[in-house]
Write a protein that binds this ligand. Structure first.
Ligand SMILES: [Zn+2]
Length: 393
């Protein structure tokens, strides 16, 4: 660890403005990471102390991964744009130096909120799941339906409907944060839908648009027998969602947008002041974005075959509340992050086959491309670090 503390990193090695400002106050020196010789550089010891102070402003240490909002130190390095990812990939040595020297290097973290921390959100969601999971989808919607028809609920109406109180508060915040939560897609804009196909198979428009209602199975957002148009933002994301095998052939259909559409954006990034800026503050409504991102991540989770169909009811009901509520009058669907393709996103539009085949179609089918799967990658997370099971059996 001491070896790392005396290494120097330059302003070129960081992305966050506040950290760059901090390093800028130091002398020009050689950077041990990127090799630059003519830029201000600072020892890791000072930088990591600055980073840890910033992290303490916004994150708490928790025990173990339990909720999608929990993060490891590396997530924070990239979420807070301390290090640049993707194209401007950081020197791996710097990432390692920060992990080894930060007091948070091996901790699990969660964001703090004023009274709306992820624990609170988790308990609201758990309560909502318990509330809806006892019902079948139609019964749950029957109960919730009365809620979404009433624009302004009186206290007595709330108790009659029996939606958990926390969820009611959250619901009002969601409907009142319209501008922050909506993304607009304008033509020209293309959505991609993929399906596995045989080598000699010819596909047509009706094989590639949304399935007929009678063939629609349970999804995280749509109950059995309801057909929605699911698609992705890129061909790679669409293919990843299929979870294909190496060697399989995949057709990727292109659907062009005919008119502007508004979607509720469960993948939206918030633009906030850096945690390293002492004048930063959080808007009270920010928790709504966090909550929706969490719901978006639940929706994006692949459904293992052993999961029972009642496990989908909470997210199905939640989406149906959105669709039938105030927001539903303005939006055409939801946008959410892909769990299977990093940085990718998916979309669900609340229309079945007539979205491209019926009158006034929102989309135009432009044909399909063929791909072959040549490689797949796997990444894992520890569930039982340092523990081996079954030895004494
Ligand atoms: Zn450097």
């Amino acid at each position: 660890m001491d070896d790392y503390l005396s290494l120097k990193a330059c302003i070129n090695c960081f992305q966050n403005r506040e950290i760059i400002k901090f390093v800028h106050e130091h002398e020009v020196d050689e950077c041990d990471f990127c090799g630059n010789r003519d830029l201000p550089a600072c020892e890791i010891e000072g930088i990591v102390r600055f980073i840890d102070e910033g992290i303490a402003r916004k994150y708490d240490v928790v025990n173990g991964f339990e909720f999608p909002g929990h993060l490891c130190f590396l997530d924070v390095l990239y979420d807070e744009e301390i290090l640049a990812d993707s194209a401007n990939r950081t020197e791996p040595g710097l990432e390692q130096a920060l992990v080894r020297t930060s007091t948070y290097g091996d901790q699990i973290l969660e964001r703090q909120h004023d009274g709306w921390g992820s624990e609170k959100l988790q308990s609201i969601w758990t309560e909502f799941c318990a509330h809806t999971a006892n019902f079948r989808f139609t019964a749950a919607m029957d109960v919730i339906g009365r809620r979404t028809e009433a624009k302004h609920l009186t206290t007595s109406a709330r108790s009659e409907i029996n939606l958990p109180l926390g969820m009611q508060d959250l619901w009002f915040s969601i409907e009142n944060s319209y501008d922050d939560l909506i993304t607009r897609h304008d033509p020209p804009f293309t959505y991609f839908r993929a399906r596995v196909c045989r080598r000699d198979q010819k596909l047509h428009h009706d094989d590639l648009t949304a399935p007929p209602a009678e063939l629609s199975s349970h999804g995280r957002m749509s109950p059995i027998g309801v057909s929605y148009f699911y698609a992705a933002g890129t061909p790679e994301t669409a293919i990843s969602e299929l979870r294909p095998h190496i060697g399989q052939q995949v057709a990727v259909a292109h659907f062009d947008l005919n008119e502007p559409l508004l979607v509720l954006d469960l993948a939206k990034e918030r633009h906030r002041k850096s945690i390293f800026d002492p004048s930063r503050d959080e808007k009270p409504g920010d928790f709504v974005c966090d909550f929706l991102r969490t719901i978006g991540d639940l929706i994006a989770k692949p459904i293992p075959p052993e999961e029972s169909s009642t496990d989908y009811v909470p997210t199905q009901v939640f989406c149906e509340m959105i669709r039938r509520g105030e927001l539903g009058k303005h939006i055409a669907g939801l946008r959410y992050r892909s769990a299977l393709h990093k940085k990718g996103y998916n979309i669900v539009l609340f229309r079945g086959r007539d979205i491209s085949l019926g009158p006034n179609p929102w989309l135009t089918f432009r044909g399909y491309e063929l791909y072959r799967i040549t490689d797949l990658s796997v990444s894992v997370e520890w569930l039982s670090r340092g523990k081996l099971y079954g030895f004494d059996c």
